[in-house]
Ligand binder design. Structure first.
Ligand SMILES: [Zn+2]
Length: 379
């Protein structure tokens, strides 16, 4: 019998599970670097060759509507260009880990669906950015802030749609469990919007749960894979943690920080695009043919800036954990939940420090368990 939850996690994972967890971690890093490399290659293929400028001329990119067409076509091309990398790091890696259950055709369909939503949301965003750069060649900053604020809002509102586009949801059949969560919501002072069970098991063996706005209420969405294994007390802890994020208003703070970093990234890109004026047929920051460069600069910046964003997010995770422990008073269920999640998601309980600091928006499981013990002792 394991003495601590951390030991129990190592025992449940076993040698093979731990090897897979560490490999998954490595692949996440390589996947991110490969994605950036792919963007750089796309920019190299499209921009210095003059193809982006030729595409702009062919689609009438000088006009307002033409600029939208250029942006949408370039984004669609970029998605197709990135397909082999996504296939490997998304589909193939999950298959090798044994967590992916989708057929290649099913995965491709999802990739196209997600890609379409992305092209629409970010396409409209980049289009608006170009229109702002055209309308205010020097004083573009205030309008840019407004456009980024709209993007952040759209991403937040689209989140439940994205989840539902990926997984079918059914209402929770277990009325007792539903009543239990309703009581938890009441205790925390939130309006309960019901529980939806996402049929994730046909696509993945991994587990997850989230709260999404449903009118003025909050709906619990939980993967069937997690629900099967976690038990009512575990689900209570998970939901209490998510309620903690709401109680602490982490969402608005996170979106504001993300928006701020995005504005800085676009401002950096503006400087680069201004420097490219007259080259390769490009006519300056308002030229939609510069999109591959803009996306590359923005993504490079976000890769670096992630460290700051993630440090903030990790601090919010500790606070939400504390809230969950105080609301439920159930350290045992809290610890057991991490054993289940680590096994289901093949999480390395103690990733290298630099990886956690730079890339993880959640603290490592080992640290969260340690912090939970401290909270339980002090209360
Ligand atoms: Zn959280």
């Amino acid at each position: 019998m394991a003495e601590t939850a951390l030991q129990e996690i190592y025992e449940t994972l076993g040698k093979e599970g731990l090897r897979k967890a560490r490999w998954q971690e490595k692949m996440r890093i390589w996947g991110m670097l490969a994605q950036i490399a792919g963007m750089a290659l796309f920019a190299l293929v499209m921009v210095p060759t003059g193809w982006a400028a030729a595409l702009r001329d062919a689609l009438g990119g000088g006009t307002t509507f033409g600029a939208l067409l250029v942006v949408l076509v370039l984004m669609a091309l970029q998605s197709l260009f990135a397909l082999p990398l996504a296939w490997y790091f998304d589909y193939r890696v999950e298959r090798l880990l044994g967590t992916g259950r989708q057929t290649l055709a099913g995965w491709l369909l999802d990739y196209l669906k997600q890609g379409l939503i992305n092209v629409v949301i970010f396409g409209l965003f980049f289009w608006a950015v170009y229109l702002v750069f055209r309308a205010w060649p020097t004083a573009w900053l205030p309008a840019l802030v407004g456009v980024v604020a709209l993007l952040v809002l759209a991403l937040y509102l689209a989140q439940p749609l994205m989840v539902r586009a990926q997984f079918k949801a059914e209402p929770l059949a277990d009325e007792e469990l539903s009543a239990r969560l309703a009581r938890l919501f009441e205790k925390a002072g939130f309006a309960f919007g019901g529980v939806g069970v996402l049929r994730a098991g046909e696509k993945t063996s991994k587990g997850n749960a989230m709260l999404v706005p449903r009118g003025s209420r909050l709906e619990v969405l939980v993967f069937d894979t997690l629900l099967e294994e976690i038990g009512p007390e575990g689900l209570e802890v998970v939901v209490a943690h998510e309620l903690g994020h709401r109680a602490h208003k982490d969402w608005p703070a996170m979106l504001a920080l993300f928006g701020l970093l995005f504005v800085v990234g676009i401002a950096l890109a503006h400087a680069v695009l201004a420097g490219l004026t007259g080259r390769w047929g490009l006519s300056g920051p308002g030229d939609p043919a510069t999109l591959p460069v803009l996306m590359l600069v923005l993504n490079l910046w976000m890769l670096v800036a992630q460290a700051a964003m993630n440090a903030f997010l990790r601090s919010r995770e500790y606070a939400a954990d504390r809230y969950a422990l105080e609301l439920t008073g159930n350290l045992e269920a809290f610890e057991h939940t991490f054993v289940t999640l680590a096994r289901q998601n093949l999480a390395d309980p103690e990733p290298p420090q630099w990886v956690e600091s730079w890339l993880h928006d959640h603290p490592s499981i080992a640290r969260r368990l340690e912090a939970a013990r401290r909270v339980a002792r002090s209360s």
